[in-house]
Design a protein around this ligand. Sequence first.
Ligand code: HEM
Length: 249
Amino acid sequence: MTATIERGAATAPVTAPKKAPTRKKPGGFLRSSNGKKVVMAVTGAVMVLFLLGHMLGNLKIFLGRDSFNEYAHALRTLLEPIAPYRTLLTIVEIVLVASVVLHMWAAISLSRRAGKARPVKYVAKKSQANGYATHIMRWGGLTIALFVVWHLLDLTFGVVNPKGFDAAPADRMVAGFEPSRWWVTLIYFVAVVMVGLHLRHGIWSSFQTLGWANRDRNKVLRATAGLVSIVLVVGFLAPPLAITFGVVK
Ligand code: HEM
């Protein structure tokens, strides 16, 4: 006699696992890619505003050394006597340092995230434009950071400036870019062009992050990013070039 063995179903019924209730982690927005892009856009805008003000202030050298010194003095005494000496400048410095740190933190973590999302490299290289933008932002950003260190040692602290710390700001500036120091002007030239390229792409990216870009507006927005960058590059380069070529003495 043969016995029949009852077998169960070949596949067990699958019950969908219960979803744990999603609880938003604190700081969740800042952890998201969108949040980091917003951080980059906002801190970038703060730095662009600083650069516009800084560039306009530098142009005062064309009105004479006294005019430039008065402006540098005003930066330190603007809120006196209500607030102590250098209050406004200290606030600007704190906001700038915070902006630089947050901007770099968001940039590094976004680029790490992009790297993790694609552990296997593309066989074919990404489009030329994309590769160019990544390089110019990464290496350009690093060059700008190194330049700012040199720049502070030069014109703020006078460590690498022929006139040193005790000289008047205009004397430091004119001595720093005198004709024999053409190589300093060259360093500034390269750095400022890097700033321009960085800003052109950065401003355009921030327009996209803020959701302003669309087919109708893209041309205008790209042109705006280009124009702001060109104005800053020309405005920043004018004083060092004018001093090196003997127009401002
Ligand atoms: C290329 C032309 C530039 C010239 C002639 C110039 C000139 C100066 C001068 C004279 C100061 C000292 C101001 C003072 O102590 O009263 C200064 C400070 C500074 N500059 Fe520039 N600058 C230039 C470009 C730039 C660029 C492109 C950046 C940033 C990417 C920059 C960032 C700064 C910062 C962060 C300070 C310190 C501000 C502070 O102490 O609060 N500068 N610059």
